[in-house]
Design a protein around this ligand. Structure first.
Ligand code: Z5A
Length: 206
């Protein structure tokens, strides 16, 4: 029996962490063994690369170098944690995956999507999630929630135009992969978002 790979996507402050807990409890109640993880990161080495990606540095990070760091972290994550977990029958739930690269490095940093696609094919053998739950909120809403928590990391300090491009890129991903994506309106209050998530899960796994 093999497991499944579910990813959670959305802008910062969309409520991914909050709703991931709801998702994990719902899946566990159906008898699945869950492995919860995140990107960038998810293994000790991948977490070190995460720090390189998110920390502030005196030297500006080149967008392609950032893309390579994201995929270096992802390769380690996929081979050391995600694939072994699925092979063992676990349901692996990751906060972000390659759709975030299309959103942030593709949309936000304006890198060519063809380059990201090439890396996805070459580095990951086109490894894809079984299901992606996209918590879609306006950039202003998400950033206001994230900012209320305090200091912003290197990517969180980008402009509103950057995050609007990220959101548009998520929209394109959802349109291109309608079988895999569930879109949840994350502008709503927490209880309403949870309700929409649970309804969508019941329908998807019916
Ligand atoms: N990144 C990249 O560039 N390329 C890649 O390939 C990958 C990632 C994989 C990782 O951030 C950064 O890496 C991310 C993209 C980049 N950068 N940015 N910016 P992360 O995933 O570790 O962190 P995050 O997305 O910034 O997470 P977050 O800010 O914690 O957001 P969240 O998990 O979606 O939200 P939350 O923690 O559940 O909620 C945030 C706050 O809002 C909290 O106080 C909640 O109580 C509140 N909240 C949540 N939902 C609601 C609703 N519905 N209403 C009101 N308040 C709410």
């Amino acid at each position: 029996m093999t497991g499944k790979f579910i990813t959670i996507e959305g802008l910062e402050g969309a409520g991914k962490t909050t709703q991931a807990q709801v998702l994990v409890e719902w899946l566990a109640s159906r008898g699945h063994k869950i492995v919860r993880t995140r990107e960038p990161g998810g293994t000790p080495v991948a977490e070190k690369i995460r720090n390189l990606i998110l920390d502030h540095h005196e030297e500006e990070i080149d967008p392609v170098a950032e893309l390579l760091l994201v995929f270096a972290s992802r390769k380690q994550h996929v081979e050391r944690l995600i694939r072994p977990g699925i092979a063992a029958g676990d349901w692996v739930v990751s906060d972000r995956f390659t759709d975030a690269t299309y959103a942030y490095q593709g949309g936000g940093r304006c890198l060519d999507e063809a380059l990201i696609r090439e890396m996805e094919l070459t580095v990951l053998d086109d490894f894809q999630p079984d299901l992606t739950i996209w918590f879609d909120c306006d950039a202003e809403v998400g950033l206001a929630r994230a900012s209320a928590r305090g200091e912003l990391d290197r990517i969180e300090q980008e402009s509103m135009a950057f995050f609007n491009r990220c959101r548009s890129a998520y929209e394109r991903r959802a349109q291109a992969h309608p079988q895999r994506f569930i879109r949840i309106n994350a502008n709503n209050p927490v209880e309403k978002v949870t309700e929409e998530l649970l309804t969508a899960l019941e329908a998807y796994f019916a």
